[in-house]
Design a protein around this ligand. Structure first.
Ligand code: ADP
Length: 541
């Protein structure tokens, strides 16, 4: 007969994280740069009280458990209160990316059936444009106080601070099934309509535990953590949950993400740890290097969302900042792998250690991965064979929100990434399957080409895309934005590749541009670039 364990059954609920932070790290600070322009400062204790008031206010508005509540907001304390207030009462916190086109935002709000949408002042014009296309939204809540409410608006607005002030905070977080939905994120949808990943309390709490582990993000109560990655980009990679869970001080940059503003906040608040996509670090690095500055406390950062170029890893290291390269996706909550060395790597030379640190890393416990060939057969872990990367685990989607198609293959989620895995389990992304360059039937990794280009001193940003070639089908074209005042010729740049990649991988041509289009999450928009260069004629073609 089965013998059941005799332990308390406590559901894994998101409210337990903020309650824990308030009770055990009550005086730890949360500092936010506000859209109002000033710095706001309070504690986890204050935050939890106001989150309870958010839950009360939503209840008073008639929001039901399971109902979706949207946000269009920067990283800030009010957004955090909404994260906990909404999920904590059993409703679903739906973060919408305000950098999307208004049509996409309306599509997402309607598809999710958001009952209310909370938004930062910055996005008032956006809301005024989108609101007429979202007839089912019962109220738009401006996240500010009465003094900052516009005298008139095309949309009927509610005032966040008024909603909070009307409540007494006398509220107990309800207990319910940990498998209930807690939050919702849509993928940026570079092709087709965005699709929703609907997280549960259980998946979120498990992901928070795992992501705080030493070989993942390695956060502790002694850290000061500034998530640059937006709370509308896969829940800022889970930091709004994992940081209160470990009780670290939290610093929110609000709308100011330029190098100078970030640097000022890093120094002033003694930030030790951060996280963001490579394009953000480009801006910060340019500012710090250009002004001959140093970081006094900043020591570790997670880079993910796109491949961290080795030159960026080196540049941050030169400033005493350790880079933890990580990989994941919206469908994975998002963390899948992180790159830290094993004990046996301590002896390696600097160059060999870096070869490892440039990879996307090993899975964190909870995630299982494999690479497969076109027929679904598992491929060897030799660091050379590359195949379609598949994952499974308790914080990976089973299906998309309000979408009947089954995305899984034999219980595994196909990531759309092409990767190698080495003998020690380090995974390296070769490409997104749609970005791979297929030259005469052989594959060229656009990421490898970009990484080499990024190491050239005159290159600010580089994207490698395929263009049509009559003989080889596709050949690589390198699209480059030069650093301000830097000069480099096409020939010099191509010569830079010699000895660094196979000869036939060297791009056929270089196109210098003033700007590379970025997606709403700050990644290079290769689809758009391919479109822009679709009639490009290579010199040898
Ligand atoms: P979207 O697909 O909506 O842009 P995601 O943030 O979910 O948004 O993107 C996930 C994808 O981003 C992954 O499938 C992978 O292609 C890419 N990605 C994420 N992290 C890395 C990384 N460290 N290196 C290379 N690619 C990455």
């Amino acid at each position: 007969m089965a013998l059941m364990g005799q332990m308390m059954s406590a559901p894994l609920l998101i409210s337990s994280i903020i309650r824990h932070a308030a009770r055990y790290y009550g005086s730890t600070e949360i500092v936010s740069r506000r859209t109002e322009g000033d710095l706001h400062r309070y504690t986890y204790r204050d935050c939890e009280l106001r989150a309870r008031k958010v839950a009360q206010a939503l209840t008073a508005l008639g929001v039901q458990q399971g109902e979706r509540v949207g946000t269009l907001a920067w990283n800030g304390y009010r957004h955090l209160e909404i994260y906990y207030g909404v999920s904590g009462m059993g409703a679903v916190c739906h973060t919408v990316n305000p950098r999307l086109f208004p049509e996409q935002i309306a599509y997402i709000v309607n598809h999710a059936e958001d009952g209310y949408v909370f938004f930062d002042q910055t996005f008032l014009p956006l809301v005024e444009g989108v609101a007429p296309h979202c007839p089912n939204v019962k109220g738009w809540v401006l996240m500010s106080d009465r003094a900052h409410m516009p005298a008139e608006s095309k949309v009927k607005l509610l005032c966040y601070e008024d909603l909070i002030d009307a409540q007494d905070g006398n509220y107990e977080w309800p207990e319910f099934d940990e498998n209930l939905a807690s939050s919702l994120c849509y993928t940026s949808g570079t092709t087709g309509n965005p699709k929703g990943a609907l997280y549960s309390h259980r998946s979120t709490v498990l992901h928070s535990y795992a992501s705080a582990l030493p070989d993942a993000l390695g956060c502790s109560a002694r850290d000061v953590i500034l998530p640059v990655v937006p709370m509308f980009h896969v829940n800022a990679w889970g930091l709004p949950y994992s940081v209160p869970l470990v009780g670290a001080k939290l610093v929110f940059p609000g709308p100011k993400l330029d190098g100078a503003s970030l640097y000022e906040l890093f120094e002033q608040e003694k930030v030790t740890f951060s996280a963001g996509v490579p394009t953000v670090w480009l801006g910060l690095l340019q500012y710090v290097q250009g002004n001959n500055l140093k970081f006094s406390t900043f020591r570790r950062t997670v880079i993910g969302g796109s491949a961290a170029p080795p030159a960026m890893i080196r540049a941050l290291e030169a400033l005493d900042v350790e880079v933890i390269h990580a990989w994941g996706m919206t469908e994975m909550s998002p963390l899948g792998t992180s790159c830290k060395l094993l004990a046996k790597h301590e002896e390696l030379s600097d160059a060999d250690r870096h070869k490892i640190l440039e990879k996307q890393g090993r899975v964190i416990y909870g995630v299982d991965m494999k690479i497969v060939d076109g027929d679904g057969n598992e491929m060897p872990w030799d660091g050379k064979a590359f195949g379609d990367l598949m994952v499974r685990g308790p914080w990976i989607i089973d299906r998309y929100f309000r979408n009947d198609a089954n995305p899984l293959v034999d219980g595994w989620f196909p990531t759309g990434d092409v990767a190698t895995i080495d003998e020690d389990g380090y995974m390296q992304i070769t490409d997104r399957s749609k970005d791979v360059i297929k030259s005469g039937g052989e594959w060229i990794s656009s990421i490898d080409i970009e990484n080499v280009a990024a190491a050239h001193p005159a290159v600010h940003m580089a994207a490698c895309i395929s263009v049509y070639h009559p003989k080889w089908d596709e050949r690589p074209l390198l699209v480059v934005v030069k650093k301000p005042n830097a000069e480099v010729s096409k020939e010099e740049l191509l010569a830079f590749f010699e000895g660094k990649v196979a000869k036939w991988w060297i791009p056929d041509d270089v196109a210098f541009v003033s700007e590379i289009p970025l997606t709403a999450t700050g990644k290079m928009q290769k689809l758009k670039l391919r479109d822009q260069f679709k009639d490009y004629r290579l010199p040898a073609a």
